[in-house]
Design a protein around this ligand. Structure first.
Ligand code: IMP
Ligand code: MG
Length: 180
């Protein structure tokens, strides 16, 4: 629990060190996996805002091949802990012919990533991969083909390391379960 969130119970789930070492591994796997394909044009990380911004900053620095970064803004949750079923997507991307890797915080029902993927595929990238920090497979409703997963987590509400509830708790350095 954080001192400036009095009365809020956050149970630690994944520590700062566990996050850091897993991201190093993923960065290495991505760098090896894309080494050949990106010789002519660098890999493009497409980061889903806001939740993935801290993950993306660390992931970018664990990748050792040339890569560029851009952003898409998605909001699906409103102020509740369950998905509203409506995803608003905003971006200004130029991705035609690029090898792109979407960087997401959590894949829950799969709706958000499915909508983003559909929109980006219509722009004809050379390839499209998905890298998510957290996967909640138990709540999947829309099938998703995830390329890289940080951690598989149970169906609980998670905050910290960029991930929010009602815009709060993003600054907590570890991943924890928000109770109540
Ligand atoms: P989906 O569309 O149901 O897959 O929901 C994906 C989005 O909902 C994620 O990108 C998150 O922004 C948000 N989300 C899902 N589960 C959680 C959670 O446990 N904590 C905070 N946000 C979540
Ligand atoms: Mg998100």
């Amino acid at each position: 629990m954080k001192e400036h969130h009095p009365g809020t119970a956050i149970t630690p789930l994944i520590s700062v060190n566990e996050i850091a070492s897993r991201i190093k591994e993923i960065g290495k796997t991505i760098s090896e996996g894309y080494a050949e394909t990106t010789q002519d044009s660098p890999l493009l990380l497409v980061v889903v805002l806001k939740g993935a911004f801290i993950f993306a900053a660390d992931l970018l620095r664990s990748i050792t091949i040339p890569c560029t970064i851009d952003f898409v803004h998605a909001s699906s949750y409103g102020s509740k802990k369950t998905s509203s079923g409506i995803v608003a997507i905003r971006h200004n991307l130029a991705i035609t012919g690029r090898h792109i890797l979407i960087v997401e915080d959590i894949i829950d029902t799969g709706l958000t990533i499915q909508q983003i993927t559909a929109e980006l595929i219509a722009m004809k990238p050379a390839s499209l991969g998905i890298c998510t920090l957290l996967d909640k497979p138990d709540t999947r409703k829309y099938p998703v083909d995830i390329t890289y997963t940080g951690f598989t987590v149970p169906n609980t509400f998670i905050v910290g390391y960029g991930i929010d509830y009602n815009e709060l708790y993003r600054e907590i350095p570890f991943l924890g379960v928000l109770l109540s």
